[in-house]
Design a protein around this ligand. Structure first.
Ligand SMILES: Cc1ncc(C[n+]2csc(CCOP(=O)(O)OP(=O)(O)O)c2C)c(N)n1
Length: 361
């Protein structure tokens, strides 16, 4: 049976539910589960497996010094993007931080162009001038890829402001980490986004650590959904290892945004299996903690669901895995065979005004 990647489709609406409990998992909303069909689980499996295998290879290639710069892997966090892909429309917007290789893949950007960007080649998503932390896809409404921690929080509200101003029916998903949630820009942005009822979903990809610093070491308010309270922003804590629950929560938030009710804050509880970046000895956490999350791995969960419900056989899933691995290898060959940008391209795509007087070659 063929398992294909399909266009994103919105799911059934469910009623809002808030939760303010303390410990990881306990605080997550388990309400509003939506039944998904076989095609959705098959797409989730293929998409998450692609994100995982793509990034495993990125890690290896980086160690082999095939490309330089930074490299922050998303491995473990894939259920967030899978859930979102079923909750919103292709015309909706995304803006994120530097842990951004999986975001374009989830939107359907060809892995070749993402890999070429990592290699700094002109066929890359940002013409080879951005690298790992600056993936963009204008056609798919991915507004980056940003290296300044928290910088994209203001940008996300700005994109939503533009859509509201132009009467366009889009929702912006603005992703940031638990560390970025402590930046001052969050408060100014939340204030204005609530005042102007902007159609933006603030998504904390809460993987528990900002580099090596845990949420507990930086604040006495560990329930990040509380950050919305001063602005009366609706907020939820969500189990980020479950694509089903992420989908339900994002759908509620998107419905609210489209109805003119303004922003929502989602504290999505997840975990990165790898270090912060490639040079992280990970002394700040235990193997047991890592295994606790790996036991809830979303790819395994979706794979098991497909088998248990008789929607796919083991052989069919192995075939998908084989196809995805081949796709990743093709992307590497494409990147390695692509040319570097030429020197004059350094001055292009910097300013919108073509005759900007400060740019000279
Ligand atoms: C303004 C700014 N301060 C500091 C840094 C250095 N820095 C890079 S990543 C990072 C941690 C951010 O953690 P978090 O927001 O939780 O995201 P995660 O890496 O866990 O996805 C820091 C402090 C930076 N890039 N920008």
């Amino acid at each position: 049976m063929a398992i294909t990647t399909q266009a994103k489709r919105p799911s059934k609406a469910v009623s809002p539910k808030n939760s303010t409990k303390k410990k990881d998992g306990e605080g997550a909303s388990n309400g509003g589960a939506i039944e998904h069909n076989k095609e959705v689980y098959q797409r989730w499996f293929r998409d998450m497996y692609l994100m995982r295998k793509f990034e495993e290879r990125c890690g290896q290639l980086y160690i082999q010094q095939k490309f330089g710069g930074f490299c922050h892997l998303y491995i473990g966090q894939e259920a967030i993007l899978a859930g979102i892909s079923e909750a919103v429309r292709p015309s909706d917007r995304m803006v994120t931080a530097y842990r951004d290789h999986a975001h374009p893949l989830s939107l359907g950007t060809d892995p070749k162009f993402v890999m070429a960007e990592l290699y700094g080649r002109k066929t890359g998503t940002s013409k080879g001038k951005g690298g790992s932390m600056h993936m963009f896809d204008k056609e798919r409404n991915l507004f980056g890829g940003h290296g300044i921690v928290g910088g994209q929080i203001g940008l996300g509200a700005g994109i939503a402001f533009a859509d509201k101003y132009r009467n366009e029916d889009h929702v912006t998903m603005c992703f940031f980490g638990d560390g970025a949630a402590r930046q001052g820009i969050l408060h100014e942005t939340f204030n204005m986004a609530m005042l102007w009822k902007l159609p933006v979903i603030f998504i904390v990809e809460n993987n528990k650590y900002a580099m090596g610093t845990s949420v507990e070491r930086t604040t006495n308010v560990t329930e990040l959904e509380m950050l919305g309270a001063s602005y009366r922003m609706p907020a939820e804590t969500v189990d980020g290892m479950s694509p089903e629950l992420v989908c339900a929560a994002v759908k509620r938030a998107a419905d609210r945004g489209r109805a003119g009710e303004g922003p929502t804050l989602l504290d999505i509880q997840t975990y990165r299996y790898k270090g912060h970046s490639m040079s992280d000895p990970q002394k700040y956490r235990t193997k047991d903690e890592l295994h606790e999350y790996q036991d809830k791995d979303p790819i395994l969960h979706v794979r098991n669901t497909l088998l248990e419900r008789g929607w796919n056989s083991e052989e069919e899933l192995k075939q998908v895995e084989k196809e995805v691995k081949a796709q990743v290898e093709e992307a590497i060959v494409f990147a390695e065979e692509s040319p570097y940008p030429e020197a004059h391209e350094l001055y292009e795509d910097v300013y919108k005004t073509e005759d900007y007087p400060f740019v000279k070659d």
